[in-house]
Design a protein around this ligand. Structure first.
Ligand code: OAK
Length: 839
């Protein structure tokens, strides 16, 4: 084989400095060439998808060129590197974003136009990789964008699911899940590296003994193993030479045939094993499933963690030999607990594979990891049955027992004899069946722990992680989430972005504090008119999309009131529906006739096994059916369920909103990021003091925010005082009427039983205080209606929202992670013969 050793640590040669010509002529020539070389087609027979693929390859070459120079620079400088471990990445379509970040939009537009194509049509061809459920996965994608833009050496590691989040269809008003075959037409953005695969072992048992030097050693004798192959997708920063890599692992069988089984004539067992291996990365698991504790899911988690850490060590050993220096070279961020088994795997790698002693290994491990928590909901905190865990990862279970033993001794030194504390902090819960607590493992193995909004971090310290905070207050900090303005403003809303750039210059896209410069324009009539016109155009476009997807006509002159996010009881889409029904009933009674006409738009997926969430969708479509066709209403209310909410659709939806619904029960939404995307596109928010809403309200000013409902403290106190939802129900005539219309069958074709589970859960328990907040919400919505009737003031508020939202850029979040947790510095990448700066 090639004698790599000889060259390790020296630079062989520079990467190609082939100079890309981004002129229109050159892009056209490249496009035709790619059509030929990558699609084997000539123009007359090429499909739109062929052109999409060809254009993607044209763009990919240019992105890879920057990636090669980035990788080379980072290698040469042995730069400190961030490793982001996440089971989910919701990247969204790649073509448009890469064109934007390369700064070649105008040329590409013209090039394809001259070839008789429209860029918009080509962009529409792309099927997005839906490799995530919602907020957590999209946050990871925004963070990659900001890491690249801020010139931070980084890797994103994750799983290449063959089937991402399901596609949602609506049939007879119900959600129907369809498999997401996103790879069907090929994925031009990834580069597979089968030459760089790793073996991942599972099951079996361990054997203890002594090595040649007489040291105690444990040997793991696995039962089976699979291979992990990396697929690399470059992520380009905006207006910089830097690109980073998203490296997703795909599981493959070790051999295409198990030769022994084959020789024994057991052909089908051999094929079976191959299928079993490949199953590991077959499908993304949905959140919010009642029983998610499945073996395959644990295997997925360990699989990608094992591959990623092995890869990280390989890179480390390219330049270094002393593992004590690992924490100087890498920091590994755990995106929630899905990758938390990394703590045990790191210990195993250091002790079993590299021969380190426990204390030295533990110092390295706890110097490398940091943990972000993304939820307070107790049912979303991950635990694994110990028997299952031991069957899949016997060596890791032993290591976790040992970590726990040593950890509880430490706790006991700090808080002697506090048995309650010991049992709460243990890595194992013993109530009922014994389980491993992944959040506790993540806390113990990390040197930094953070929440994702100020309120969330405070609540973490007071509730789920209280004991850990008391032990290690210095580990905790808050890092309020952010979103990338490149995708969610410049790409999604070019009209708005252009207007902003005309007024305050172009630098805001990389320095969002500059948006402050918009404030004076809130008083400028001519500017307000332009602002209103941009919003109107976005609404016209969304109306066309709604028409195309649902066949429904909606009027862009009505108030677009939008709630898009996962469907969940705590997010309270049913509170929104109760207000719609109330408003509907008032109109039927001839009341509220001066309220503006509204289009209520919903979107979002329900977990396939979450019965009440699916029923909430059916309620929305049921209300839509009645209200939209009631001649008395005559278009004063329309209700739309926009099917298959995903990143691609989201880019059409956020820009078109007048009103953003952020109405979760206070204390339940860790942060929210949709709230930021709406406000950055000039929507006003109706919201509770929950998650990042608190900070948004503070930033834009309460006079530019529609605030309602119980605070997190009040929610807790109300619960404590013995909250009885039926008392609220009894005391509110309009609420009774609205719920009565539901339970009477008006929205279920006369079937009174359909929504009974929803109604019963509200009346008997109402875990999320829907009824407690109902009156305040309805009243706040009336205020919204009145405000919308004064367009000048409305648009002024909208401008002030955008002007004051700069801190919710993911650039700010990432800069804080870099400063407080990661301690990494930017490493600028110079690409020869290229000017990357867009401004
Ligand atoms: C998913 C699975 C397990 C735990 C949390 C999640 C998740 O998606 N959490 C969401 O993370 C977002 C990013 O931090 C937050 O904005 C959302 O509030 C939170 O629900």
């Amino acid at each position: 084989s090639f004698p790599m050793e000889k060259f390790r640590g020296t630079i062989l040669h520079h990467p190609p400095s082939h100079c890309f010509d981004n002129s229109v002529e050159s892009i056209k020539a490249d496009l035709t060439e790619k059509l030929f070389s990558m699609r084997a087609k000539f123009p007359e027979v090429a499909t739109l998808n062929d052109y999409y693929l060809a254009l993607s390859y044209v763009v990919r070459d240019r992105v890879l060129h920057r990636w090669i120079h980035s990788a080379h620079t980072y290698f040469q400088q042995a730069s400190r590197t961030v490793v982001y471990l996440s089971a989910e990445y919701l990247m969204g379509p790649q073509l448009g974003n890469n064109i934007l970040n390369l700064g070649i939009r105008k040329q590409v537009e013209q090039a394809v136009a001259e070839m008789g194509l429209s860029l918009e049509d080509l962009l529409e061809q792309e099927e997005e990789p839906g490799l995530g459920n919602g907020g957590l996965g999209r946050l990871a994608a925004c963070y990659l964008d900001s890491l690249a833009t801020l010139q931070i050496p980084a890797f994103g590691y994750g799983i290449r699911y063959e089937f991402g989040i399901f596609d949602q269809q609506i049939k007879d008003g119900w959600q129907v899940e369809v498999t997401d075959r996103w790879l069907r037409l090929g994925n031009p953005w990834e580069v597979p590296h089968p030459e760089r695969r790793y073996e991942v072992r599972f099951g079996g048992h361990t054997e203890a003994g002594y090595d040649a030097q007489g040291r105690y050693r444990v040997r793991w004798v696995p039962e089976r193993s699979v291979m992990g192959t990396p697929f690399d997708t470059p992520v380009l920063g905006y207006g910089v030479g830097n690109a980073i890599i998203l490296r997703l692992w795909q599981a493959e069988a070790r051999e295409s045939f198990d030769f022994q089984a084959f020789n024994l004539g057991n052909y089908y067992k051999a094929v079976d094993d191959k299928v079993m291996s490949e199953n590991i990365t077959k499908v993304l698991y949905p959140n919010d499933e009642p029983e998610a504790g499945r073996r395959l899911r644990l295997e997925q988690q360990y699989f990608f963690v094992a591959c990623s850490l092995a890869d990280m060590l390989r890179i480390f050993f390219q330049r270094d030999t002393d593992l004590d220096r690992l924490p100087d070279k890498f920091v590994v961020q755990l995106n929630d607990t899905h990758p938390a088994v990394a703590v045990a795997e790191m210990m195993r790698l250091l002790i079993d594979d590299n021969g380190l002693e426990w204390d030295r290994a533990w110092k390295i491990t706890t110097g490398v990891f940091a943990y972000t928590n993304h939820t307070l909901l107790p049912e979303a905190l991950e635990t694994w049955n110990v028997d299952l865990f031991g069957k899949v990862l016997p060596r890791h279970l032993e290591i976790i027992y040992e970590i726990n033993h040593r950890f509880l001794m430490e706790v006991n030194r700090f808080f002697p004899g506090d048995a309650g504390r010991l049992s709460r902090m243990s890595l194992f819960s013993e109530a009922g069946e014994k389980r491993v607590r992944m959040a506790n493992l993540a806390c113990v193995g990390s040197r930094a722990i953070n929440g994702v909004a100020a309120l969330h971090t405070d609540l973490l310290k007071q509730t789920v992680l209280k004991d850990f905070h008391e032990l290690w207050p210095e580990k905790f900090s808050n890092k309020t989430n952010g979103v990338t303005p490149r995708r969610f403003m410049a790409l999604a809303n070019p009209g708005l972005a252009d207007l902003i750039t005309q007024s305050i210059g172009a630098t805001w896209l990389r320095d969002m504090d500059r948006l402050k410069g918009l404030e004076p324009f809130a008083r400028d009539n001519a500017f307000r008119d332009q602002w209103a016109e941009v919003k109107h155009q976005c609404k016209v476009r969304l109306a066309a999309m709604i028409r195309k997807k649902t066949g429904m006509a909606v009027d862009p002159d009505t108030l677009f009131d939008i709630q898009v996010k996962r469907i969940h009881e705590y997010k309270r889409q049913h509170l929104n529906v109760l207000n719609i029904i109330t408003h509907y009933r008032r109109l039927k009674q001839g009341l509220d006739m001066d309220a503006p006409a509204r289009t209520f738009i919903f979107g979002g997926k329900a977990a396939p096994g979450y019965v009440l969430a699916k029923l909430m969708i059916r309620l929305i479509t049921g209300v839509a059916d009645v209200v939209n066709h009631d001649p008395d209403i005559n278009g004063r209310i329309k209700v739309v369920f926009y099917p298959d909410f995903n990143v691609k659709n989201a880019q059409h939806i956020y820009p078109a909103a007048d009103l953003s619904e952020q109405i979760s029960t206070a204390g339940k939404e860790a942060s929210g990021t949709g709230n930021m995307k709406f406000a950055l596109n000039g929507a006003l928010t109706i919201g509770t003091l929950d998650g990042a809403n608190v900070e948004i309200c503070q930033a834009v000013g309460p006079e530019n925010f529609f605030l309602f409902g119980l605070t997190a403290d009040q929610v807790a106190a109300t619960r404590q005082a013995g909250y009885r939802p039926c008392d609220v129900y009894d005391g509110n005539e309009e609420l009774r009427a609205a719920m009565g219309m539901i339970s009477g069958g008006l929205f279920s074709g006369g079937d009174p039983g359909m929504f009974a589970p929803l109604i019963d859960s509200l009346l008997n328990e109402d875990r999320f205080m829907v009824l407690a907040d109902y009156a305040a919400y309805v009243q706040c919505q009336e205020q919204v209606g009145r405000a919308f009737l004064k367009p000048d003031h409305w648009h002024a508020m909208s401008i002030l929202n955008v002007a004051r939202m700069g801190m919710f850029s993911s650039d700010r979040s990432i800069a804080e992670y870099c400063r407080d947790i990661w301690h990494v510095e930017p490493v600028p990448v110079v690409v020869p013969d290229e000017t990357c700066d867009i401004d």
